[in-house]
Design a protein around this ligand. Structure first.
Ligand code: FAD
Length: 394
């Protein structure tokens, strides 16, 4: 079997890249380890930057998002029993974010893929990448009991943090940068109306909390928990009690609780590999970098990588501009490091660390107070939150 671009992984990176390439007439095949239902069952990100919204429009998969997504003009920072609004639209010259779940983005992309007739192999096992530095790369995998060989010109490694693509690069090529945080986020999804019409990021001496949403009737709330915490130890009642304690009194009083429909703990990590390419292989999204979710950047960084790789591949396959491939990693990394910095800073400012004492708690509150009290400070937060611009490929 032959294609132009082999895409490993049918998460948002792989599906979006596949859709953009297909629309541009560039053949591609997606190979995914899990079933479509499994992929759709993962509850993850929910805040889309303007750049990602525009890319979904360009890919022709934005119709449902335009109808059902919630445009947010701002968000709230809560600390010291106060709520302080960051006016995204006002501070960034009109930019906003879109609240629309990753699950919904994935569903829209999967439906577009099926409608396009472009080939995808789900439930593929033993995926292996070959001849990454040689003349002609290829991928092998097992599907429905048959070993399949897929010859291609480029391989997009869109297979997440635990995927095979990054692991296929020989030892010593990549440099890894990592920070593992000593806590995680316990998240609850519930069919309850949101406590507020915008997101609330709360700093509290008991730990961080986030009030988020997926729709006017579905909420996603989080509380910071220690890395050793077990989800089984958190009844719904315990979760709601803890969340209320971390919110300003006026907000806690309005919180409507209900049975959880999903509950899970996500670890927090910052991670980047350099470079993001090796021969014919290009790492995209979580395969190359992870951010802690404070700042809502993980999915959005995946989208900016996709945009860069797509624009380079267009020029490669249409105009033979193969020299542009060399620029992929350096273009992506400039934006990635800035988002890593913002996510790390938001995490440091809003969470309780094991060594947080009364002095450092006051320092966090004062830093928040300083930033929200200064227009320059609020603008800095706003321009990072809506997403820094995508860099042109030339
Ligand atoms: C629990 C959790 C909560 C998160 N919450 C947020 C959030 O609130 N905000 C935010 O911005 N970001 C969040 N993120 C991050 C965001 O979800 C990711 O950045 C995003 O999913 C990246 O997309 P991706 O396509 O690069 O990787 P993934 O979504 O991980 O997709 C990779 C795909 O590759 C497949 N795969 C893996 N190995 C192989 C293989 N060997 N062969 C074939 N296929 C393979 C996987 O099954 C998967 O479908 C969260 C992530 C997690 C894990």
């Amino acid at each position: 079997m032959k294609t132009q671009v082999a895409i490993i992984g049918a998460g948002p990176s792989g599906l979006l890249l596949g859709q953009l390439l297909h629309k541009a007439g560039i053949d591609n095949v997606i190979i995914e380890r899990q079933s479509p239902d499994y992929v759709l069952g993962r509850i993850r990100a929910g805040v889309l930057e303007q750049g990602m919204v525009d890319l979904l429009r360009e890919a022709g998969v934005s119709a449902r998002m335009e109808r059902e997504g919630l445009v947010h003009d701002g968000f709230e920072l809560a600390f010291d029993n106060r709520l302080e609004r960051i006016d995204l639209r006002g501070l960034t010259g009109g930019k906003t974010v879109m609240v629309y779940g990753q699950t919904e983005v994935t569903r829209d992309l999967m439906e577009a893929r099926v409608a396009s007739g472009a080939p995808s192999f789900y439930n593929a096992s033993d995926v292996e990448l070959h001849e990454l530095k040689g003349g002609q790369p290829y991928v092998t995998f097992t599907h429905k009991g048959q070993r399949v060989r897929l010859d291609c010109q480029q391989i997009a490694g869109c297979d997440g943090f635990h995927g095979v693509s990054r692991q296929s690069i020989p030892d010593g090529v990549l440099k890894e940068f990592e920070r593992v945080y000593p806590f995680g986020w316990l998240g609850v999804l519930a069919d309850t109306p949101p406590v507020h019409d915008e997101l609330i990021y709360a700093n509290h001496e008991r730990g961080f909390a986030l009030c988020s949403m997926r729709s006017p009737t579905r909420t996603r709330y989080y509380v910071q928990v220690s890395s050793e915490e077990k989800v089984e130890d958190w009844s719904d009642e315990r979760f709601w009690d803890e969340l209320k304690r971390r919110l300003p009194a006026q907000t806690a009083a309005k919180l409507i609780t209900g049975p959880s429909i999903e509950k899970s703990i996500a670890p927090l990590r910052s991670f980047v590999v350099e470079p993001m390419q090796y021969g014919h292989l290009f790492l995209v999204g979580d395969a190359a970098h992870i951010v802690p979710p404070t700042g809502a950047k993980g999915l959005n960084l995946a989208a900016s990588d996709v945009s860069t790789l797509y624009r380079i591949l267009l020029k490669v396959h249409r105009d033979g501009r193969t020299e542009l491939l060399e620029k992929y990693s350096e273009i992506c990394l400039r934006r990635i490091w800035k988002a890593e910095r913002f996510s790390w800073w938001m995490t440091s400012m809003l969470h309780r660390f094991p060594d947080t004492d009364a002095f450092s708690q006051r320092m966090q509150q004062t830093e928040l107070d300083y930033f929200v009290g200064s227009e320059a400070g609020r603008r800095t937060i706003a321009e990072n939150y809506v997403g820094l611009p995508y860099e042109a490929v030339e």
